[in-house]
Design a protein around this ligand. Structure first.
Ligand code: ATP
Length: 363
């Protein structure tokens, strides 16, 4: 059984001028039990609205939501087997850490001893033991977020909904918390549905993810699929840095297509399905999959290009290289050995090599 299922779920809002606005457009999605699933997309694409419909804070305009096979239509938020962690923590400032975490269980009127042991267990999970008596204002942002997590976990939801929970933390702490959250999810085995607009965060944490744009899901898959095999220009462009070259199919030989870019540059790309000559396609090339070297006499394996810009960014050097009169591409070269770091200078001629398997065609 799926933990969560959305069937043709749409949500429209009516603006002050009585105009209908479709925030979520016929979503179909299945999330398995124990999955860490992310909803990723730019601001305004409908991620939060989707999460709020799962929580019951918003009702779908049409479509159905099931959690563990049970239709959610008639269930108010507090009867759903879900809990939500928000970006702004929403802690009670006048309650201590332990009281904040215990709050939900006290509302349920559970026996004192049981509340005490469950609160202790939840605080242990998020590594906050010892801070039970502090007030939220006496905690760092990261610690406050852990309290919010403990408060959600203590209720033992079947599904935990997280809306940009690390958004307010600085980059270093956010990266640490990403790993911790992932470990915590594996330890508790609860299905996590995680909303973020940060592609790196989604790639780092998710078992599977959905990329959304304008209320629609464009692609669902494991991080490696989404990054390596984007199904659209939008997904390719949104997930990481990318080069998108438009060209025309001029030939297909077996499992390789030849695409003519800018009417001058033929590029060989691996592609299994049938294409038709004359078809316009987009080639997706990730900057780290391009090799840059000094041109060698007699070596015709790559293309000649000219460096326009070279920027050292520590782990990599990032080059802008002119491939044709119209097209400049980005290349990232890893700086693996200090002694072998070599910078190609702006104006320098270089050779570019890309394996046909390292490019992807989008029709
Ligand atoms: P963000 O990352 O900025 O939170 P999001 O992808 O989560 O973005 P939503 O918050 O789901 O996007 O919003 C989707 C669209 O629906 C936006 O254009 C937003 O303005 C609109 N919207 C959301 N809630 C309401 C509401 N209560 N009334 C009217 N419009 C709304």
């Amino acid at each position: 059984m799926q933990a969560v299922e959305l069937v043709e779920v749409s949500k429209s809002f009516t603006s002050s001028r009585h105009k209908e606005f479709l925030a979520v457009d016929r979503l179909n999605l299945q999330i398995a039990q124990g999955e860490f699933f992310s909803l990723l997309g730019p601001s305004g694409c409908g991620k939060t609205t989707t999460l709020r419909m799962l929580a019951g804070f918003e009702l779908p305009t049409s479509g159905d939501i099931y959690i563990y096979g049970e239709p959610m239509e008639q269930l108010p938020p507090f009867h759903r087997p879900v809990n939500t962690v928000f970006q702004n923590y929403a802690l009670f400032p006048h309650l201590t850490v332990a009281q904040n975490v215990a709050f939900g269980l006290e509302m349920e009127k559970l026996p004192r001893a049981q509340i005490r042991s469950r609160v202790a267990e939840a605080l242990e999970m998020v590594k906050l033991n010892g801070l039970e008596k502090r007030y939220p204002r006496q905690l760092s942002g990261g610690q406050q977020q852990r309290v919010a997590l403990a408060r959600a976990l203590v209720k033992q939801p079947k599904v935990l909904l997280l809306d940009e929970p690390l958004g307010a933390l600085d980059l270093k702490l956010r990266k640490e918390m990403q790993i911790e959250l992932k470990h915590l999810q594996q330890q508790v085995g609860i299905t996590f549905i995680y909303v973020t607009h940060d592609q790196e965060e989604a790639l780092t944490m998710s078992d599977r993810m959905a990329v959304m744009s304008e209320g629609k899901i464009l692609q669902v898959g494991e991080p490696i699929e989404i990054y390596e095999e984007p199904n659209s220009r939008f997904v390719a462009d949104f997930i990481g840095e990318t080069n998108l070259l438009t060209g025309k199919i001029i030939e297909q030989q077996g499992e390789q297509a030849i695409v003519l870019v800018d009417e001058t540059l033929p590029i060989k790309v691996s592609y299994r399905d049938r294409l038709s000559v004359g078809q316009i396609v987009t080639i997706v090339i990730r900057p780290e999959k391009i090799a840059i070297s000094s041109p060698q006499e007699g070596d015709r394996s790559g293309w000649l290009a000219k460096v326009e810009e070279a920027v050292y960014i520590g782990t990599d050097t990032r080059y802008l290289v002119r491939l044709t009169e119209q097209t400049v591409i980005t290349i990232r070269q890893q700086n693996l050995h200090r002694s072998r770091i070599h910078f190609y200078q702006p104006g320098e001629n270089v050779q570019i090599n890309i394996s046909p398997d390292n490019m992807r065609l989008i029709l």
